[in-house]
Design a protein around this ligand. Structure first.
Ligand code: GLU
Length: 547
């Protein structure tokens, strides 16, 4: 029985050939140098920050070269699949703004190279597997799990390399007649690739980031099609897909690097050109002086849902990842504060290869700076959108009077040294709640140095009866506070107080603190004058009256 006859027996209904598919998915019409990249997550139900780093590089490489960035759903491992996983992936891409040029979502296919969901490409994979059987580079394997266990134990006992190769590959040497017979008898089988590699020879491979790497050749007869659902394994599927979708650059996690020799052999068995690879390093976290992998079980920040739910501006997340991708990014950003990150010239040699430190404090810093430069309209719009989804009660409050909310958000904003107390939209409420009567509740007063209630009342009484005037400008307002300080036995400036503290009950800072806490319930706020101006006389009086 010929290999061709065996292939027909296994795939009787597959009539299309590789050439047919190559005609259906012709070379893309792109300008020279344009890169075609893909984000190819498995639908496991979460998107790791490391996946996003890959997606960012994919997106960047495509956009920076007028190429194509597409989304492929790698769902061949049905055991790991989660129903809402694709929604989550789309939500993340939408959040960061990496709109794929081609994708498939809820039955809609956008692009000419689909389907973009691997489980819908079974027929295509079968045509490619059929071809390998026809040319004697793939065969059915009937070994049961038990038989493979026995083989493994024997290998261990003999201290041999573990795996299905050479003399260990039992089904490799069956005749086609035996194969056909067992298939007709209904025996279960997988399809294995027939490796021609030699473990004692070396194969070289160029990773754009890591550089040239040398491995022993692959000699394992890996499974390329599973018995349970006749779906291909990742290794096989990605070769077919990246070939037909004309991917030029593959960015993926470092865990795939050891499979590269197998992938090289697969591509060459078909005579296909291999895409360029970037295996990006793990993201690490520093904890108690020790660096470890960011883990989705231990670290909430490992998952993209964390950033979305906290309301980090996407630009901050992207900036913080760009600083990880290229060591010279920060310097470039300092020189080009207003350019899009897409204009940056990525240099693969400037990517760290040994694991990059991911630091939430750094993200917070980037984000605080970014938000501090936004004008009040932008801040308001972002806050409005965020609270609509994540804090309905607050949303109602801030949208009741948008102009008032914008004025609140504008305190110490749109100025040379703006406030920097919001890292994400969920931080805002904690910093401004006291400006809204619905949320205002006198807290346990943070009186700092001044603790005597009588003294507090004396200060506030005097201020309200003799000094407070809503129409004062900022200088007059502050001059009055200083004047009152002196009258009440407090130093009108810190210098005097520090020189002779024994001469005073306290300083003007203590007086301001009393006013601040009485009006806002907080000992630290932005500009008190602005706060008082926005609250207005009646609300100030009613807050002070509670005391
Ligand atoms: N589905 C693979 C993963 O999620 C993708 C690897 C690749 O991009 O080729 O790890």
């Amino acid at each position: 029985m010929s290999d061709k006859e065996l292939a027909d027996l296994i795939f009787p209904n597959i009539t299309k050939t590789i050439a047919d598919y190559e005609a259906i998915y012709p070379k893309r019409d792109l300008e020279a140098g344009a890169k075609v990249t893909r984000f190819a997550p498995s639908p496991t139900g979460f998107v790791h920050i490391g996946n996003l780093l890959q997606a960012l590089l994919d997106y960047y490489l495509a956009k920076n070269s007028n190429g194509i960035f597409y989304l492929r759903n790698e769902d061949t491992d049905t055991k790991r699949e989660v129903d809402t996983a694709v929604d989550k992936i789309m939500e993340v891409l939408d959040y960061v703004g990496f709109q794929p040029d081609e994708y498939e979502y809820r039955g809609k296919i956008v692009g000419n190279y689909g389907p973009y969901v691997q489980s819908e490409r079974k027929e295509i994979y079968h045509a490619f597997i059929k071809h390998l059987i026809e040319i004697g580079r793939a065969y059915p394997c009937f070994c049961t799990t038990e038989e493979l266990d026995v083989m493994r134990k024997k290998q261990e006992a003999k201290k041999s390399r573990i795996g299905y190769y050479g003399g260990w590959a039992k089904c490799r040497d069956l005749t086609n007649e035996e194969r056909a017979e067992r298939i007709k008898n209904g025996e279960e089988y997988v399809i294995r690739f027939k490796s021609l590699g030699n473990y004692n020879r070396k194969v070289q491979f160029d990773d754009l980031v890591t550089g040239t790497i040398e491995f022993p050749e692959n000699d394992l007869d890996h499974i390329i099609m599973k018995s349970s659902d006749f779906l291909p394994t990742y290794h096989f599927a990605h070769v077919v897909d990246d070939h037909l979708m004309h991917t030029t650059h593959v960015v993926r996690g470092q865990e795939w690097i050891s499979s590269v020799p197998f992938h090289i052999e697969l591509f060459s068995a078909f005579g296909f050109e291999q895409p360029k690879y970037i295996h990006n390093s793990l993201l690490l976290k520093q904890e108690d002086g020790v660096r470890r992998k960011i883990s989705k079980r231990k670290d909430p920040e490992a998952l993209m849902s964390y950033y979305i739910e906290k309301g980090y501006p996407k630009e901050a997340v992207i900036e913080s990842l760009m600083t990880i991708l290229n060591s010279n990014y920060e310097e470039w950003r300092d020189e080009n504060p207003d350019k899009s990150y897409l204009e940056f010239e990525f240099d693969p040699h400037k990517v760290g290869t040994s694991g990059a430190l991911y630091d939430l404090d750094k993200l917070d810093n980037i984000s605080k700076n970014l938000i501090s430069r936004m004008d009040k309209e932008t801040v308001y719009n972002n806050l409005e959108e965020y609270t609509k989804v994540y804090d309905n009660e607050f949303h109602k409050i801030i949208t009741k009077n948008p102009d008032y909310t914008k004025s609140v958000l504008n305190i110490e904003r749109e100025q040379e040294k703006p406030r920097k107390d919001f890292a994400c939209w969920s931080d805002v409420k904690e910093q401004i709640w006291y400006m809204f009567d619905e949320l205002y509740q006198p807290q346990n007063f943070e009186w700092m140095k001044i603790t005597e209630l009588d003294e507090i009342k004396r200060i506030l009484g005097k201020y309200m009866t003799e000094y407070f005037d809503e129409s004062d400008d900022k200088d007059t307002w502050f001059d009055k506070i200083k004047e009152m300080s002196t009258e009440l036995g407090y130093a009108a400036n810190m210098k005097d107080y520090k020189k002779n503290p024994e001469n005073y009950l306290g300083s003007v800072a203590d007086i301001s603190t009393v006013l601040r806490v009485a009006i806002t319930s907080k000992s630290k706020t932005p500009d008190l004058y602005e706060i008082m101006r926005l609250l207005g006389k009646d609300r100030i009086i009613s807050r002070i009256d509670i005391l």
